[in-house]
Design a protein around this ligand. Structure first.
Ligand SMILES: NC(=O)c1ccc[n+]([C@@H]2O[C@H](COP(=O)([O-])OP(=O)(O)OC[C@H]3O[C@@H](n4cnc5c(N)ncnc54)[C@H](OP(=O)(O)O)[C@@H]3O)[C@@H](O)[C@H]2O)c1
Length: 348
């Protein structure tokens, strides 16, 4: 049950470590700075720590049962770290972008042959909508169209935004808008299709097209050839939507991208309560005969759901549960995983 938490001094790393311990797992806090790691260990009341600058090397030497990667930069960090878990070890990350996720999922055969399970997208971003799609499609034929909307509500802790999150935000903008048509991912306008949602609790939330991992997960878990995905984190104001494609193109220039990540990472956020009581994942699934079903996932703070989901997956993998290969969370464990992470799913 030894579960390494990479990036244990970070926002999600700390929370996942606590929740792994609460579920009976043995978290080892892994980081690159001994002082920060010791302080985190003391704060959390956990004492297994490991300091290293060579994560793949340390994993290959110590052979933990499961590695949870919260260091971010998944397009570069996921594959070498996941591969180091083989043979026989398992890997979990919180990626939610369309560069990193396909790279990890491409290791499916390699992981299966070496007795490992790799799970990518183990957070509200991906599982929050994938679970709804998967529940709507259970025991049904393949649908023709799926639409997913991720509407997280998150309290701001305050403090420096950090490079891991800054890198995720910037990479979301650089890939441009994307959607599935005829089973293929094709370009579309960034922040296309803005919507205002009437939420089941009577509140409202806005979203617009976002090229995130939810798009790929909705396609994989439904098999639908046409998929669109939107996010509440995307700007919906017409002026911002108008300039966003240009900003995305500029951020593809490596020097500008590095500059943007650095500046964004250094931003000091002020603490703020979450804007709505609930985070929502929404999906509408349509079949070729014109029938359509709609469902909602309701969770509290999306960061709490993320930490619960990642801890739940890690502990299940440490117990030897799950199929071998590389998967998105609901493809590995079914949509009930989201309920085990504290969410409620309902259908209309
Ligand atoms: N899918 C989802 O729903 C979801 C939800 C939440 C977060 N996320 C993603 O999860 C990741 C972590 O987010 P966070 O808010 O926890 O970030 P964070 O607070 O900035 O924490 C990042 C941690 O990773 C460590 N780290 C960063 N770069 C590293 C490197 N190159 N080598 C070793 N350690 C490194 C940092 O250690 P130091 O103390 O040494 O800097 C820190 O402990 C981000 O990519 C974020 O986008 C996804």
């Amino acid at each position: 049950m030894t579960i390494w938490i990479l990036g244990a001094t970070g926002r999600t790393g700390r929370e996942i470590a606590t929740r792994v311990a609460a579920r009976g797992g043995t978290p080892v806090l892994v980081g690159r700075n001994a002082d920060r790691l010791d302080k985190t260990a003391a704060d959390l009341g956990l004492d297994d720590v490991l300091v290293t600058d060579d994560l793949p090397g340390a994993i290959a030497r110590h052979r933990p049962a499961v590695v949870v990667n919260t260091i971010g930069g998944y397009a570069e960090t996921a594959v070498p770290i996941a591969r180091a878990c083989l043979p026989g070890g398992h890997y979990v990350d919180l990626a939610n972008d369309l560069v990193a996720m396909p790279r990890l999922l491409a290791l499916h055969e390699e992981a299966a042959a070496a007795g490992g399970t790799f799970v990518t997208g183990a957070g509200f971003g991906v599982l929050g909508t994938e679970a709804v799609v998967s529940s709507l499609c259970a025991d049904r034929p393949t649908p023709s169209e799926v639409r997913v909307d991720a509407l997280p509500s998150v309290a701001i802790e305050g403090g420096r935004l950090g490079e891991a999150l800054a890198e995720s935000i910037v990479s979301g903008l650089t890939s441009g808008g994307l959607r599935f048509e005829d089973g293929r991912m094709i370009p579309t306008r960034l922040a296309a299709d803005p919507r205002e949602h009437a939420l089941p609790d009577g509140q409202t939330a806005k979203s617009a097209g976002a090229p995130t991992g939810e798009l790929l997960a909705a396609h994989l878990s439904s098999g639908a050839p046409a998929v669109v995905s939107t996010s509440g984190l995307m700007p919906t104001a017409p002026v911002v939507r108008a300039v966003l494609p240009l900003v995305g193109s500029l951020l593809r220039i490596p020097a500008l991208r590095r500059f943007a990540v650095r500046r964004l990472a250094g931003i000091e956020a002020k603490p703020a309560p979450r804007p709505r009581e609930y985070s929502w994942g929404h999906a509408v699934v349509t079949w070729a005969d014109g029938t359509s079903r709609e469902g909602w996932l309701r969770a509290g703070d999306a960061m709490d759901f993320t930490s619960n989901a990642a801890a739940e997956i890690a502990v299940r993998l440490a117990r030897g549960e799950g199929r071998r290969g590389a998967f998105t969370p609901a493809c590995a464990f079914g949509y009930e995983l989201a309920e085990a992470a504290g969410a409620t799913i309902s259908w209309e």
